[in-house]
Design a protein around this ligand. Sequence first.
Ligand SMILES: [Zn+2]
Length: 120
Amino acid sequence: MSTPRPGMPGATRTCPHCKTIILESASVCPACRHHLRFDESAIAGAKAKISPLHVEGTISPPAGEVAWEYSMVVSIKNERGEEVARQVIGVGALYADEQRTFTLAVEMTEATGSKARRRH
Ligand SMILES: [Zn+2]
């Protein structure tokens, strides 16, 4: 997997607040929601933004007196089925009267600038 250079679509940087790897183009950190810089086109709503995937589910462990441990794992595969990212988001334990709600959201923003176009 090649890492996009600065200015290219998919280029990344580290959020100065929470140290999460985020898109270089992000004006708001999707992890900690801190505003990162003044982005005129984002504020004006000029960049097209879509949410092509949003899944939410709530789970409870099977009835009983024992706790059940959970791991939330997220993976990203490319068009060839190769895993390009895999991460454990959170772990914990639940008793029968407890529950957790898991939300998975993918947001997409149109890349802008001269380097955004595919080269043939
Ligand atoms: Zn952050």
